[in-house]
Design a protein around this ligand. Structure first.
Ligand SMILES: Cc1ncc(COP(=O)(O)O)c(C=O)c1O
Length: 401
């Protein structure tokens, strides 16, 4: 295939577009990871991450994907045969459960329809009936990247407290961290799992854990085997700004730059920007006459929108048309949603015009791929965006154009 002019649109829900500021920082020469200049960078990265996780506790950074950070959360805190309560919210919750089973944990996996988040009432019921306190951890996915459903973490915490249950609370924030409000300390989360390639706007390669004091205490008696993922040696070496093995030096430069960008914009503004783009996207979907995957508006994701194609149509054929004709990558349907849905990523380094281009690409793709839809999605989104920046009632974009 010949080369294409213009920029590729990477609108999958992670990895996300890496901004130029971060790309430039990544290109700096690699330095001695046991020298003083590195120690300053490591400390800056850890302190900045504490602000993004909203914690004053320990944060560790692995050279890994998010899956590694999942494993770290489990192996540092649990012992063989321990019971874990998990919820089938979608593909990623299912993968985390498989990992837990393979590690020798017993998982009570609450079935789900992949269109709803974790039901806090079920958390209360399960923990209340667990009178002998066999459940050692409740582990949930904050933002199910496969469905565009965001679970209500604070509500789940309230139900754990209401049951008076001592289980650890673990939350995967892989596609919410730095995009959707999350508060590790305030919401009483014991281990938060994150990674670099989504809201943090970095390439893949960093796995993250934020860790409560309670989780650190649990780690002292936890018996699942661990070596590479061991928190203790990480936290010990991190105190002086170092790592027990070679860190991803250049990704840490990028991480410091990403954290500066997020904190310069202000986390509250970053979350508001994501909410606004998500709402504009849903207006487009509604105008197209297509159906969203999430069924509960309280659980709509701000970082991605998952859209069903009508029965008898193939979402991957639409994605192929969009890629081949308009040079834009959209997220595929995962697991049992393969071919049935496509996902629009609107997280990370993103603005109104990028969203306008993205939605135009989807609308063009729908038009060329023979999927029945109504025109006007892009206009509906632009109307919403215009009204949201103006203090006065904005005229319809149709009139403006
Ligand atoms: C919610 C969620 N959890 C876990 C993962 C796995 O992360 P990784 O692919 O970086 O190992 C992903 C990946 O997209 C994800 O979206």
């Amino acid at each position: 295939m010949g080369s294409k002019s213009g920029r590729h649109f990477l609108q999958i829900p992670g990895p996300t577009n890496v901004p130029d500021r971060i790309l430039r920082s990544l290109s700096r020469p690699t330095i001695d990871h046991r020298g003083p200049a590195f120690a300053r960078i490591a400390r800056e990265a850890i302190e900045g991450l504490q602000r993004v996780f909203a914690t004053t506790g320990a944060v560790v950074i692995y050279p890994s994907s998010g899956t590694g950070a999942w494993e770290a959360a489990l192996v540092n805190t649990l012992s063989p045969g321990d019971k874990v309560l998990m919820f089938e919210t979608g593909h990623f919750a299912t993968l985390w459960r498989s990992m837990a089973v393979r590690l020798g944990l017993q998982v009570d996996f609450v079935p789900g329809d992949w269109r709803h988040g974790v039901d806090p009432g079920v958390v209360l019921a399960k923990l209340t009936e667990d009178r002998d306190r066999a459940i050692k951890a409740v582990a949930i996915v904050h933002n199910e990247t496969s469905t565009g459903v965001t679970s209500r973490v604070a509500d789940v915490r309230r139900q754990i407290d209401k049951a008076g249950h001592p289980a650890l609370f673990m939350v995967d924030t892989i596609s919410s961290l730095g995009s959707i409000d999350f508060r590790h300390d305030e919401w009483g989360v014991d281990v938060t799992v994150g990674c670099s390639q989504k809201g943090l706007m970095l390439p893949p390669g960093l796995g993250l854990n934020a860790i409560s004091g309670k989780a650190l205490t649990a780690a002292k008696s936890a018996r699942l085997p661990r070596a590479y993922w061991d928190w203790e040696s990480m936290i010990e070496d991190n105190k002086a700004g170092f790592f027990p093995y070679t860190p991803a030096t250049n990704l840490l430069y990028g991480l410091c730059e990403a954290l500066s960008m997020l904190l310069e914009e202000g986390l509250a503004n970053v979350f508001a920007r994501h909410r606004r783009h998500a709402e504009a996207t849903r207006r487009a979907v509604q105008a197209w006459g297509l159906e969203l995957v999430p069924l509960n508006p309280e659980e709509y994701s701000s970082s991605l929108t998952a859209v069903k194609v009508p029965d008898g149509h193939d979402a991957d054929a639409l994605r192929k048309a969009v890629l081949d004709r308009f040079d834009m990558s959209l997220g595929t349907g995962l697991g049992k949603l393969k071919g049935k849905i496509f996902r629009i990523g609107h997280l990370g380094d993103f603005n109104d015009l990028m969203l306008a281009g993205t939605l135009s690409g989807v609308e063009l793709g729908l038009a060329v791929s023979g999927i029945p839809f109504k025109r006007g999605g892009v206009t509906a989104a632009l109307d919403y965006l215009a009204a949201e920046v103006s203090t006065q009632t904005a005229p319809s974009m149709q009139t403006v154009l």
